[in-house]
Design a protein around this ligand. Structure first.
Ligand code: GDP
Length: 502
């Protein structure tokens, strides 16, 4: 069932260009049924070996429970501006059990992990909460396990606090509250808690299940309590990952360094990243040249749940992109090629839609103009031939002929309309009630009936049902396939309507 879900997810994510080999027939049929897509079934997977060269890669099916090993939780800090997110992250970043042997300058690389006195570890994303969260969500990568909602005790719940709550809820990420600035003179922890409850955050001390830790990021008070609460929460969530097999990770931040070139901070989600590995993010390739932590310390490997700054990118991927390991640079280039052509195809489709909608609009405007002209301007046809039939009077007494023209194609229709346009007859009004391309329809007949008009079908059919309707309503339908003959016919009709020469 897990595999079926995976296959369905693949389809739902519109990546059906990929090949999924399923040996179990029943599983396959179930997958196809649930995905609502059609699948090309090949008896022998070797039949499609060539397709595989150009195909994209996708994350593996999710790991089984037995493959999961504990990993540090990934935490995003969110909250209203000035409530102390940066101060808290700075304080946490410098919470070191052992001072770095490098004594190195702590750098901002987008994420860092801390080790607690208990030995437990936590990874914090320190890119601005909202932006990072949105970028990740847009690309479907949700790497945050827990959101720390920072609320200043002297300010309470504010606009961006509410926004943060909404975003975390939408992403189904549990919230842990840090009530900050408890050292501030106007701090009111209880009132802040009440405001949280009013906004749907059921804090523990008021009978709910959301932990709320009162802290001072500035004075570094209760930070241990906060981190321990995070560890507890992670245990409850059974945060885990599979450290074996090809690496899967997510880009948190990327930048260009004047000496070190293109750098990219990733958080590993699965597998273990090592130097020399080949990874792909979107259409960017990287043979991992070096891996460092936020202290600038060289790492030999990165396990799931940990961030690292990776060097060796040929291009810079964007935050939120999924990173996948491949076996060689050749495969990486194939994958990138497949993705680029998919993108190009999508772009072409987008362009085609844009162009056709523009054309449609142009066409519509042109036709409206033409219609207006033909309705308003009276078509004058030169009278010729015999006269003497009874006159159908217009309101002002002028004889009138009402036409409905149907043609097989646009070009003929235009030619017909232009020809009719060139005739003049002051004594008879020619009104083009309706025109169009295609077969005669019931609505054409209805229109002809109400306008007392004649239908001219040029190279276009009239289905028997319409023919019957026309007969019942005495609507004349005239078929032609030569333009001048149709025009002659119209002239004839006009002449029939003109008064006899006395
Ligand atoms: P951010 O916009 O949420 O990142 O907020 P900052 O971390 O930049 O903090 C905004 C202001 O609040 C700064 O002047 C901080 O010094 C101050 N601040 C942050 N935490 C505390 C705290 O625990 N107590 C007090 N009194 N001030 C704090």
């Amino acid at each position: 069932d897990r595999d079926v879900k995976y296959v369905c997810d693949l389809f739902l994510n519109q990546v059906s260009g990929g090949r999924t080999v399923i040996s179990d027939q029943a599983l396959l049929h179930e997958a196809v049924k649930r995905s609502g897509h059609r699948m090309r079934v090949v008896a022998n997977p070797n039949d499609v070996v060539e397709e595989e060269v150009d195909r994209d890669i996708y994350p593996r099916p999710p790991p089984t429970k037995s493959q999961l090993k504990p990993r540090p939780p990934v935490v995003t800090v969110m909250g209203h501006v000035d409530h102390g997110k940066t101060t808290l992250l700075d304080a946490l970043r410098n919470t070191k059990v052992v001072a770095s042997e490098f004594g190195g300058i702590t750098q901002h690389i987008g994420a860092f992990s801390v080790e607690l006195k208990s030995g437990a570890k936590i990874t914090f994303l320190d890119t601005p909460g909202h932006a990072a969260f949105t970028a990740m969500r847009e690309r479907g990568a949700n790497i945050t396990d827990i959101v720390v909602l920072v609320v200043a005790a002297d300010d309470g719940v504010m606009e961006q606090t509410v926004e943060s709550i909404r975003m975390a809820r939408q992403a189904r990420v549990p919230i842990l509250v840090a009530i900050n600035k408890i050292d501030a003179p106007r701090a009111n922890v209880e009132e802040t808690k009440q405001m949280l409850v009013n906004n749907g955050i059921q804090v523990e001390s008021l009978g709910g299940d959301v932990q709320a830790v009162p802290i001072s990021a500035l004075k570094r008070r209760n930070l241990d309590q906060l981190t321990e609460a995070l560890v507890l929460q992670a245990e409850l969530l059974e945060v885990g990952a599979d450290p074996i097999g090809p690496v899967e990770a997510v880009v948190v931040e990327s930048r260009l360094h004047p000496q070190r070139g293109r750098l990219c901070t990733i958080v590993v989600q699965r597998g273990t990243l090592k130097k020399g590995d080949v990874i792909v993010a979107d259409t960017s390739l990287c043979r991992v040249r070096s891996i460092k932590d936020h202290d600038g310390k060289q790492l030999t490997e990165v396990k799931p749940g940990y961030p690292a700054e990776v060097e060796g990118w040929k291009d810079l991927p964007s935050a939120g992109e999924v990173v996948l390991q491949v076996d060689s640079e050749k495969t990486a280039r194939n994958v990138i090629k497949a993705r680029e052509s998919k993108k190009q195809l999508a772009k072409q489709e987008e362009d085609a839609i844009a162009i056709s909608s523009k054309e449609e609009q142009h066409d519509r405007e042109y036709k409206e103009k033409l219609m207006h002209k033909r309705r308003m301007g009276r078509f004058r046809l030169r009278s010729q031939g015999p006269r003497g039939k009874e006159i159908i009077d217009d309101d002002d007494g002028t004889p009138r002929i009402n036409l409905i023209i149907k043609a097989d194609v646009d070009g003929t229709l235009e030619a017909l309309l232009n020809t009719l346009d060139s005739y003049e007859e002051p004594d008879c009004v020619m009104d083009l009630v309706h025109y169009g391309v295609g077969a005669v329809t019931e609505s054409d007949i209805e229109m002809a009936k109400s306008f007392n008009g004649i239908i001219y079908a040029f190279n276009s059919d009239c289905p028997p049902k319409c023919k019957d309707l026309a007969d019942q309503n005495s609507v004349p339908i005239k078929h032609h396939n030569v333009i001048y003959k149709l025009v002659d016919d119209v002239k004839e009709e006009i002449n029939d309507r003109l008064p006899p020469i006395s």
